[in-house]
Design a protein. Sequence first.
Length: 180
Amino acid sequence: MRKLKNSELDRLSVADFKQSKKTSIIVVLDNIRSLNNIGSVFRTCDAFLIEKIYLCGITAKPPHKDIHKTALGSTDSVAWEYVENTLELIEKLKDSNIKIISVEQAENATMLNDFNPNQQSTYAVVFGNEVKGVSQQVVSASDIVIEIPQYGTKHSLNISVSAGLVIWDLFSKLKMKSEK
């Protein structure tokens, strides 16, 4: 096997990305502190053609050198918007018939591997603060709470790792359903 060169990867241009059909997933970052985590989530959203990212509360906004360092230009391709109040955004999204998924450890949470998204729905997936997680108010307002199964000694994953796992899982489940 030979590693491919970047020029062989046939990636979309920013203009082509903006014109492409997006995955019916919106990402909501609820008070994320780390600029590197924010940049990593942008990059993951670019990789899986995510519709939009909402940056809420204390979550920093581009342009910022530390976001740019990990986003590698994906702040230019992925649509994003800053909204101060996460709960108000959630209520607005719900009014638009978007299903809200909080990624959190909570009573009656559905394990990620057991969640089967509806092909006809658009989902807003909320990822929370590195220390406090998704706020209880947002969890309570969510349609679904998904938990990432973990079997080791730690009880949490880095937000950018969580986003990568959840976005990939939802993307692959939605894509497989649309191909059937």
